[in-house]
Write a protein that binds this ligand. Sequence first.
Ligand SMILES: Nc1ncnc2c1ncn2[C@@H]1O[C@H](COP(=O)(O)OP(=O)(O)OP(=O)(O)O)[C@@H](O)[C@H]1O
Length: 313
Amino acid sequence: MQEAMIEIEGLRKVYSGGFEALKGVDLSIRRGEIFALLGPNGAGKTTLISVVCGLVNPSAGQVRVDGYDILDDFREARSRIGLVPQELTNEAFSTVWDTVSFSRGLFGKPRDPAHIEKVLRSLSLWDKRRNRLITLSGGMKRRVLIAKALAHEPEVLFLDEPTAGVDVELRRDMWEVVRGLRDNGVTIILTTHYIEEAEEMADRIGVIRSGELVLVEEKQELMRSLGSKELTLHLHEPVTAIPDVLSRFDLRLAEDGHALIYSYDATREDSNPRGGIADLLAEVESAGLGFKDLHTRQSSLEEIFVNLVRERT
Ligand SMILES: Nc1ncnc2c1ncn2[C@@H]1O[C@H](COP(=O)(O)OP(=O)(O)OP(=O)(O)O)[C@@H](O)[C@H]1O
């Protein structure tokens, strides 16, 4: 068994008008991971997924799924992939059961009612199997999309914006479903505009910008290495300026002088040459500033992401 489920090498896509949507992408997706692909609108996320799924022809480069080349061994490669698009198309009057069973047939797999039942049960759709899609709630329709994509027992599942426009409760529900799939060994690649979703779900994160992968990193590592921390001291009495004795610290005033905010690198807390938190607190005391409260916060993936995209503009 190979370590990599999907191997992408030197992938380029030039659309017919001459626009280069992918500029030589190299990416390896590990078996069994949840990989979140982030990027601003038009960055190339859908193009990348579409090439891997065989919907768009690559202009150059190579893609292998479970070792099968997506061009030379299209059927083998494609049969391992499930694609969950954003919306259902044209099946409003079919039943849940028929829609999902039909999807399996499209991949030339023999009928297997037991598998379809398992998929529907795992997505809490079993009770709705005789319902026409048009009668389902938005959340149920989303589940049907996933059920369709799982009907042919794929090993990789692509989710394109799985929770776009759904409410918070349903989003959490969907996350549970996706985690459950991963726990059953399915490799998951999702695109999302919700950074929170990537922060919550992903094992690794890739950021794509203008057709280039600008970063691929373990989520934990990304948050550790790029995340700065802030310590806020709420002062008893407001100050108009930061006292000189504190000038060696990276401080700023906030809340009309009622708060001092100290930014520091969370990874180098102990070896910060400009002084650590203990030093700061001691100096604050000796400067005669009393504080009634203090709290720390770590920058979120959202801030990290915004900075990343901004930095490279
Ligand atoms: N068929 C096409 N012909 C020409 N250009 C295209 C075509 N499809 C996409 N593009 C262009 O390629 C670029 C990447 O598009 P893509 O849909 O892959 O981006 P995306 O990252 O998925 O964006 P979004 O987040 O908005 O869905 C865009 O500039 C888009 O206009």
